[in-house]
Ligand binder design. Structure first.
Ligand code: NAP
Length: 295
């Protein structure tokens, strides 16, 4: 990671994630000021070399970069509304609190009105990974603000800049969650069916892992189809997939496991086929995903 130590930084919010962020800055050699509503959570970090600021305003003035990571956006506003505009102006705020893209854009507007430089961010990692390359941290907002602090932010993990729209980091975050849960749900569906036949989850897992990895390799080509709006059936037509979905539903019901998820996916495929897309390839379902459900 490309990191220039000695740049003073501030971390506001010392929950599980905030403590990991502050510790990573300290380990990388940054003079680190911290503030938390419950000040005792700073004790261990102070023992490791952090400075505890008495007020949020003092914390903001201590570093040209301030990372804030609290429960949610209302908590972030609670914390920052205690600061004067001049204190907010003293730093670049990088908000790594999870939230929606609308909350991120609104926070950027709020910060802008108060004269603050503001980047929004999303942490795609758990606290023990912070400070390692596995911790992917996404940022969106003004590119110049990101570039001014990219080096220091690099102490936290693999940092990526997504674009000027402050909502992008939150959008990527939830898109990543959709991916994660969909893969896990598909694995659990198969595991539930196989357990009904006496197959252990651990026996099935390597096979499932291989399928998931194989499907992941299809994504770039399928993404081109989505971007081009053209879905030639190169390997399989949607109506072929829909017949296999029927097998999944029948099999789930026959062995007494939950069939709600396969039925939901089959219903989307059926709507796409009814709209004339049966001979096209699976990613044509983007048209169903891209609009609200009409009952
Ligand atoms: P946490 O351990 O529950 O810590 C919450 C933090 O928010 C504490 O510092 C708490 O202060 C502060 N806070 C909450 N409400 C506040 C308020 N009204 N005013 C002032 N401070 C307030 O949560 P966490 O795990 O650190 O998560 C923090 C953020 O990181 C969340 O948005 C979470 O989604 C995101 N995140 C977490 C993980 C993870 O694995 N933990 C992974 C990715 C992203 P007190 O100590 O005074 O209560």
């Amino acid at each position: 990671m490309n990191n220039i130590p000695n740049t003073p930084v501030t971390v506001i919010g010392l929950g599980l994630m905030g403590q990991a962020l502050a510790r990573a800055f300290l380990k990388a050699g940054h003079p680190t000021t911290v503030w938390n509503r419950t000040s005792s959570k700073a004790d261990q970090l102070v023992a490791e070399g952090a400075q505890l600021a008495p007020t949020v305003g003092d914390a903001l003035k201590a570093g040209s970069l301030t990372v804030i990571c609290v429960t949610d956006y209302p908590a972030m506003h609670d914390v920052l509304s205690a600061a004067a505009d001049a204190e907010l102006d003293a730093t670049t705020l990088v908000n790594l609190t999870s939230g929606s893209s609308a909350q991120a854009r609104e926070a950027a507007r709020w910060a802008g009105q108060r004269g603050a430089r503001y980047l929004d961010g999303a942490i795609m990692a758990i606290p023990p990974a912070i400070g390692t390359a596995e911790a992917v941290i996404l940022h969106s907002g003004q590119q110049a603000d990101f570039e001014a602090h990219e080096s220091a932010l690099g102490a936290l993990g693999t940092v990526t800049y997504l674009g000027a729209d402050h909502g992008l980091a939150a959008l990527y975050d939830v898109a990543g969650l959709a991916m994660m849960w969909s893969v896990l749900n598909a694995w659990l569906q198969g595991t539930a069916m196989l357990r009904a036949a006496g197959v252990n989850a651990t026996t099935y897992a390597p096979f499932a892992q291989q399928i998931a990895a194989g499907v992941a390799t299809w994504l770039p080509g399928y993404a081109e189809q989505v971007d081009n709006g053209s879905f030639p059936a190169e390997v399989s037509a949607l109506e072929t997939d829909a017949r296999a979905m029927e097998h999944l539903i029948e099999e789930s019901e026959a062995v007494g496991v939950n069939a709600e998820l396969p039925k939901l996916i089959k219903a989307m495929a059926d709507r796409a086929i009814a709209a004339g897309h049966g001979a096209e390839q699976y990613p044509v379902l983007i048209e169903e995903f891209g609009k609200p459900r009409i009952d």
